[in-house]
Design a protein around this ligand. Structure first.
Ligand code: WTA
Length: 564
C-alpha cells in the first residue's frame, strides 16, 4: 500500500508549463546554479542587480547577475580543483556572507551537493550532520574554524576545509579562498545534471533519532520558480528580502533559488533581529516584497508600531510569512502598520516549495494558512483510516498527492523513514489541520514531538542525547512549552544520577552546554529536575504527557503508562 514519490524527473501539468517558461524540457539538462545566473544573463539581464548585501557593521556589496555568473564560475572551478566530484557533499558553514550565496550556486554548477548548515551550530550539531552526509569539504570563516577543527579527527570523509577569509598560513587540510580577489573564471563547464541529480541536502529534525538529511534534486527548479513568481509575486522591478538563513530550507528555496531563477533583485542582511536595523534596511533598499516569519513579526509587534511609523516603509508592496502558525493578531497588526497583511504560506523542508498558501488577491482569513497552491493536491486524512475527510472543519493529517517537482527524493541513509511518509498514494506531512467549506486550511499542530521554536524545528532526541553526555544527568525528556514570542521554546525534564543535587548552577551549566554544543535555538529555557519521568510499560519516555501539562491540554490515552 505504500507508495513512493511520483515518477522521478517528470514534470507534468502546471509544472511542465513552468519548466518550459524557463527553458527546460523533460529529460533535458537542468542545473540550478546555471539557471540562477548564466541563464538570467543570457536573457539580457546581466547588468541587473542580483544581490544587495549588507551586514550589521555596515559593510556592503552589490553584485549584478553577471558578477554572480562569474563568481559562481570561479567558486565552481575552485571546488572542482579541490577534487570534489559530482554527487559529493560540500558543506557551507557560513554566516550570511556573499560567499554563502555564491558558493551555493557554484557547488551546484559542479554537480556536487550543497549542504548549508546554520553557522551558530555547535560542534555536536555540526558533527552529526557532517558525519551522516559523509561530507567531502566544508566552506567556512575564521570565526567558525575552531568548531570544525575540533571535530575534524572524527570525520574521515572530510578531505578539505575551505576558509573564505583566511589569513596567514592555512592549517593542515585547510585551504584559503579569496573569492573576490581571485581571477574571475569566464567559462565554466557546468556539470550536466538532470532533474534527478541531487542538489541540496538539508537536515531536518524528527521525533526519533538524529536529524534526517532531506535530499533535494535539480528538477525541483520549476517548483521554486513558479511559487516565487505566483506567491511572492516577484516582478521585474521588485527588491525582495527573505530574512531566513540558508541553513534552513526557506533561505535556499526562497532566499537563493526562487528569486534568482526569476531574475529578481534580492537584498540580504547578515544580522540577527533588530527592529531599527530591519526597518532601516527596508527603507534604505526600498524593499518591495518581504518574506518573513511569525516570530519576527511578533517581535516587531512587541516593539509597537512607532518604529515603523518613524520611517517611510511605503515601499513594501507584498508581505509573506512561513514557518509556524501566523496568529490572526499578527495579520491584523501588519494590516494596520504596513497597510497590508502578512500572507501565510505553509510548507516543509521535504516539500521544497510552498504547498498551501494565500495567493495575492485572494481573500485573507486571518489565522488560516490559505488554500492548496494550484498544481498541488492537498487534503486532510482521517488519523486512523488515512482516508480523506470530506467534512469541513474535521481535523486530520495534512497530506499531499506526490507529483510536484520539489518533493525530496529520500532521507539520506534512511530510506525506510522516507517510505513511511507515503500512504495510500499520499505524502503525509505530519501536521494536523482542518479545511473549511471554502478550502482554507486551519493549522492545528504537529503530529509528533518535534519542537518548533521561532519557526525552527528542534528534535528532542538531539537535545536528550547531548544531555546524556553530562555527568549529572541520568535521563531527560525535551518538550515544548508555550512562549509569547517564539510560540514554543524548549523545556527539559531531568532526573539526576545519585550523588547529584538540583541547583541553579547545575541548571545554568546544562543550558549553556546545549547552547554551545547544539545551538542557541536548542537551548532549554527551563530545566525541571524530577525524580522520575513518565514511561510506557516498555520503558519509552512519554514526552506527550509532559508536554500536555505545559500546554494545559488533556493528556489523552494513558493506558500504556507504566505505574510506578
Ligand atoms: C511548520 C519550513 C503553521 C509545520 C518551511 C511544518 C507551519 C514545519 C507553517 C516545517 C505555517 C511551516 N503555519 N505551521 N504557515 N509553515 N510550519 O521543515 O509544522 O523547517 O511541518 O520548513 O513547520 O518546518 P521546516
Amino acid at each position: 500500500m505504500t507508495t513512493t514519490a511520483a515518477q522521478p524527473g517528470t514534470w507534468t501539468g502546471t509544472w511542465l508549463e513552468a519548466a518550459r517558461e524557463i527553458g527546460l524540457e523533460p529529460g533535458g539538462p537542468v542545473n540550478i546554479g546555471w539557471h540562477c545566473s548564466d541563464r538570467i544573463c543570457r536573457m539580457g539581464l546581466g547588468a541587473k542587480r542580483a544581490l544587495l548585501w549588507e551586514d550589521a557593521e555596515g559593510r556592503s556589496r552589490t553584485l549584478t547577475f553577471d558578477d554572480l555568473r562569474l563568481l559562481t564560475n570561479t567558486f565552481a572551478a575552485f571546488v572542482r580543483g579541490l577534487g570534489v566530484g559530482p554527487g559529493e557533499r560540500v558543506c557551507l558553514f557560513l554566516d550570511r556572507v556573499p560567499e554563502l550565496y555564491i558558493g551555493f550556486l557554484g557547488i551546484l554548477k559542479t554537480g556536487a551537493v550543497a549542504q548549508p548548515l546554520f553557522s551558530a551550530f555547535g560542534e555536536d550539531s555540526l558533527h552529526v550532520r557532517l558525519q551522516d552526509a559523509e561530507t567531502a569539504a566544508i566552506v567556512t570563516q575564521r570565526k567558525h574554524l575552531g568548531k570544525v577543527r575540533r571535530i575534524r579527527e572524527k570525520l574521515p570523509h572530510l578531505r578539505r576545509i575551505v576558509v573564505v577569509d583566511g589569513a596567514g598560513a592555512p592549517g593542515p587540510g585547510e585551504v584559503h579562498l579569496d573569492l573576490f580577489g581571485a581571477a574571475p573564471v569566464q567559462e565554466f563547464a557546468v556539470h550536466p545534471t538532470t532533474a534527478d541529480s541531487p542538489s541540496v541536502l538539508h537536515y531536518t529534525s524528527g521525533t526519533t533519532g538524529q536529524p534526517k538529511g532531506a535530499q533535494h534534486v535539480h528538477g525541483s527548479l520549476p517548483a521554486q520558480y513558479l511559487t516565487s513568481k505566483r506567491v511572492l509575486d516577484l516582478r521585474p522591478e521588485d527588491v525582495y528580502w527573505c530574512n531566513a538563513d540558508p541553513g534552513w530550507v526557506t533561505g535556499t528555496s526562497y532566499g537563493i533559488i526562487g528569486p534568482w531563477v526569476n531574475g529578481a533583485t534580492q537584498a540580504v542582511l547578515d544580522s540577527g533581529f533588530n527592529t531599527d536595523r530591519w526597518y532601516d534596511f527596508v527603507a534604505k533598499h526600498r524593499i518591495t516584497v518581504w518574506y518573513s516569519a511569525p516570530t519576527a513579526i511578533r517581535l516587531l509587534m512587541r516593539e509597537g508600531g512607532e518604529a515603523a511609523r518613524r520611517r517611510d516603509l511605503s515601499c513594501l508592496r507584498h508581505l509573506c510569512s512561513v514557518g509556524e502558525p501566523l496568529n490572526a493578531e499578527a495579520v491584523v497588526w501588519s494590516e494596520r502598520i504596513f497597510g497590508r497583511p502578512f500572507l501565510d504560506t505553509y510548507w516543509q523542508t521535504e516539500t521544497g516549495c510552498i504547498v498551501i498558501t494565500n495567493l495575492p488577491g485572494m481573500k485573507v482569513k486571518p489565522g488560516s494558512m490559505g488554500k492548496a497552491f494550484p498544481g498541488i493536491e492537498a487534503t486532510v486524512l482521517d488519523m486512523n483510516s488515512l482516508r480523506p475527510l470530506d467534512r469541513p472543519g474535521a481535523v486530520g493529517l495534512i497530506a499531499l498527492r506526490p507529483g510536484w517537482p520539489s518533493l525530496i527524493r529520500t532521507y539520506r541513509n534512511k530510506p525506510d523513514a522516507y517510505a513511511s511518509k507515503f500512504r495510500n498514494g499520499w505524502y503525509l506531512t505530519g501536521d494536523r489541520s482542518s479545511i473549511d467549506e471554502d478550502g482554507y486550511f486551519w493549522f492545528v499542530g504537529r503530529d509528533d514531538d518535534v519542537i518548533n521554536t521561532g519557526g525552527h524545528l528542534v528534535g528532542p532526541f538531539e537535545i536528550e542525547s547531548a544531555l546524556l553526555e553530562h555527568p549529572a544527568v541520568a535521563e531527560s525528556a525535551a518538550v515544548s512549552k508555550p512562549d509569547p514570542v517564539n510560540m514554543e521554546v524548549v523545556k527539559v525534564f531531568v532526573t539526576l544520577k545519585p550523588g547529584y543535587e538540583p541547583s541553579d548552577d547545575l541548571e545554568l551549566e546544562i543550558m549553556n552546554r546545549i547552547r554551545r554544543k547544539l545551538s542557541p535555538l536548542a537551548m532549554p529555557q527551563e530545566i525541571q529536575f524530577v525524580d522520575s519521568l513518565p514511561k510506557t510499560r516498555s520503558g519509552k519516555i512519554m514526552r506527550r504527557v509532559l508536554r500536555a501539562k505545559e500546554w494545559n491540554e488533556p493528556v489523552g490515552d494513558l493506558s500504556s503508562l507504566m505505574n510506578d
